[in-house]
Ligand binder design. Structure first.
Ligand code: ADP
Ligand code: MG
Length: 692
């Protein structure tokens, strides 16, 4: 067996010179192995040759025939046209190629050819424009392009036919050199075909069945490698020693006394998982997911105070200043009587004050620092950081998570990450695959589910009247717009302009406040506090209030141009209400035009379940767009699809984690070898693998 053959540069393959090698390099293909692992994007089923007389306009088909005559000419506008008439004894087909002058060299009258392409009707004659073709060889008269043919993800500079030929050459010569990475037990358990056959069949399948078998095997392999790296990464984090907190009954009782409510069973279950992590000597690396309003903050407070009680500093990180400020207010109030030094550190603070604050953190005077991204800036140092809570992780990349972790003292601090919305299961196995996951799956008691309505244009006034009625009952309302300022290009209502007209024309006599992201942070804080204190009846805002904001007296969330928001955003916005025993209402204004935006609104009307909405959101947007940020850390799989191949992903993950667990225990066997091989192939990449 020779791996070096597979690592050979593609340039040394017959027919590939330096120039083609460059084109291939641009496709990410450098070695023989790269080419073997460049999988088709799709396939063309050419197993059926059709009679020309049977062809129908608009279908895609393959025919075999003889070249009756050829014609090559130029027209104005087109560089050149090459035409051929093909007959197969049943009828005639016109074939045209535009801008391919060399075509005339390849086709000769009397050649036997295969043609594959879309059939169209032009001036009463059936034709194919720019079809794929192949000349049937003299001897077999069969040609090679029969069967199921691969279609590769190529660029303009590389043509399918010639690329396919190259792959064919390489596959024929090298496929049997591909090394089997799996142990026999995995192969027999999963009933896999050997990897060599899988590689051969993924390119040139014998049948649709063998293609499916090969795909399954190669997808699994891809998932398995990734998940093994994930398991190793997770293990790597666990191997570092962390702090071993002591959290006795006494401390717990103290903390529970601070809550104005009894924790739900779900909160308690999650707290006991966190308790176990914190009391072990391994650093905690846990993700807490729960729907909006499920009470994640209380869980965070438990962890923070437990660490503080152990004499450690803690950090509580939020994605926006408004949210950081809210946490600061809530916790300051809660901890009025407790001996906990708490500090708000945001980017907006004055340089001098910020410097003082940073010094106090460094000296260890502060027990609990609440802040935004500013917390992970280089100049912030802790004396004894024991625990980090990251709220609403949706907005944080894995990179930032890693950076904050490095702020720890000698040992790794515990990390608790909380998500803004539930995480689709496929992502919890990949992007968040290195974390332990806790789930809050119940809402605090006494909540009435939010009722959601769509407001068509002609009902807008009724909707405003409805909002006024709620306010008359003593409630408050949010009105959210997609933009801050009026934009000339898009005909969207904007918060600034609309706040005025709502105040002057629609809600006369009511107090209308305005909040948006471009305001100074003191201003934002002031307006938010005023809204909480009911100085405003209505808060006109932008997406800045998307996450976390907690104003239980607000019962209306009116979203203008709802079609402009993503599903997760809509659900988050709706999560701002329904936080008390009063019935709450979400009003979706606007006119969805695209199929997708209609589907989003429909989903919002159908369900309040954040877990369902997250799955739907992922399905609609696809994994790449789901996070809306480049820092998402989503791995790029070549062939596997984490949504459609979820079952396979899950199996691969279980097997991979099992391998890492077993492999380290058993001194024997191929398992060790496999593990060693995978570790080596991911060397230096383990830390990066999750950062995208
Ligand atoms: P989220 O999970 O969205 O961050 P929060 O932590 O903001 O949710 O909690 C939502 C609201 O529910 C807050 O007003 C909070 O005080 C309240 N809450 C949390 N836990 C409970 C509970 N066990 N019983 C009653 N109310 C609770
Ligand atoms: Mg929250």
């Amino acid at each position: 067996m020779s791996t070096s053959d597979l690592d050979k540069s593609i340039q040394y393959i017959k027919g590939v010179g330096p120039k083609r090698a460059q084109t291939l390099a641009r496709l990410g293909i450098h070695t023989v192995k790269d080419l073997l692992y460049c999988f088709p994007r799709t396939y063309q089923d050419r197993s059926r040759v059709e009679k020309i007389s049977d062809l129908k306009d608009g279908t895609t088909a393959m025919v075999k025939g003889i070249v009756i005559n050829i014609k090559s000419f130029r027209t104005r506008g087109w560089k050149s046209i090459f035409e051929a008439s093909i007959g197969d004894g049943t009828s005639m087909l016109q074939v045209k190629w535009f801008n391919r002058p060399y075509q005339s060299e390849i086709f000769q009258v009397d050649d036997h050819v295969f043609l594959y392409g879309k059939v169209s009707l032009y001036k009463q004659t059936l034709q194919m424009v720019n079809p794929e073709y192949e000349i049937a060889s003299e001897e077999d008269g069969q040609g090679k392009s029969v069967g199921i043919l691969p279609v590769y993800p190529l660029t303009e500079e590389m043509r399918q036919v010639s690329f396919r030929k190259l792959v064919k050459t390489v596959v024929d010569e090298h496929y049997n050199k591909v090394e089997e990475i799996f142990t026999d037990d995995i192969i027999s358990k999963q009933k896999f075909v050997p990897v060599t056959l899988a590689i051969k069949n993924i390119h040139f399948p014998d049948s649709l069945d063998s293609l499916e078998e090969s795909k399954r095997r190669l997808k699994y392999e891809e998932f398995f490698l990734f998940e093994t790296a994930m398991a190793l990464r997770k293990r790597g984090i666990k191997e570092v020693s962390g702090y071993k907190f002591r959290i006795g009954q006494n401390v717990e009782n103290h903390i529970y006394k601070l809550f104005p409510f009894k924790l739900t069973e779900s909160q308690q279950k999650v707290i006991s998982e966190i308790h176990e992590d914190m009391c072990s000597e391994r650093p905690m690396n846990r993700l807490l997911q729960g729907d909006v309003g499920s009470g994640k903050t209380a869980v965070a407070v438990y962890a923070l105070l437990a660490a503080v009680a152990n004499g450690f500093q803690t950090a509580f990180m939020a994605p926006t200043e408004i949210l950081a400020e809210q946490h600061y207010r809530t916790l300051s109030l809660m901890l009025e009587q407790a001996k906990v030094e708490i500090l708000l550190l945001t980017g907006g603070a004055k340089a001098k004050i910020r410097k003082e604050n940073i010094e106090r953190i460094k000296q260890g005077e502060i027990d609990l620092v609440i802040g935004t991204h500013a917390l992970i800036q280089q100049d912030v140092e802790f004396k004894k950081l024991g625990l980090i809570v990251i709220d609403e992780q949706h907005k944080f990349g894995v990179m930032q998570r890693t950076r904050l972790r490095q702020k720890g003292h000698k040992q790794q601090p515990d990390v608790l990450v909380m998500t803004a919305t539930p995480i689709p299961r496929s992502l919890s196995l990949t992007v968040f695959g290195d974390l332990d996951i806790s789930t809050i799956d119940e809402l605090p008691p006494g909540r009435t589910p939010v009722v959601t309505y769509r407001v068509p244009a002609k009902k807008e006034n009724d909707a405003y009247g409805f909002i006024r009625k709620e306010i008359d009952k003593g409630r408050q309302a949010f009105v959210v717009y997609p933009l801050v300022d009026e934009s000339e290009k898009l005909d969207l209502k904007s918060a600034t302009v609309e706040a005025e007209s709502l105040r002057d024309e629609v809600f006369t006599g009511l107090n209308v406040g305005l909040l948006h992201g471009q305001m100074k942070s003191e201003m934002k804080d002031l307006i938010m506090t005023d809204f909480i204190n009911h100085k405003y009846d209505i808060l006109v805002s932008t997406i800045v209030i998307e996450v976390g904001i907690d104003v239980p007296n607000a019962t209306v969330m009116a979203i203008e141009h709802a079609e402009r928001f993503g599903l997760a955003q809509l659900h988050q916005l709706r999560g701002r209400i329904g936080r008390s025993s009063h019935q709450s209402y979400c009003l979706l204004f606007g006119t969805p035009k695209s199929i997708e935006s209609r589907q989003r609104i429909k989903t919002m009307l159908e369900t309040n379940d954040g877990f369902k909405i997250a799955e739907e959101d992922l399905r609609l947007r696809g994994p790449g767009e789901f996070f809306g940020t480049r820092q998402h850390g989503l791995p790029e799989f070549k062939i596997g699809d984490i949504i459609n191949d979820y079952a396979l992903l899950k199996m691969a993950r279980d097997d991979a984690f099992e391998l890492v667990k077993e492999g380290y225990k058993s001194k024997s066997s191929k398992k060790q070898m496999l593990l060693k091989k995978i570790t080596e192939s991911f060397k230096g990449k383990l830390d990066l693998i999750n950062t995208g």
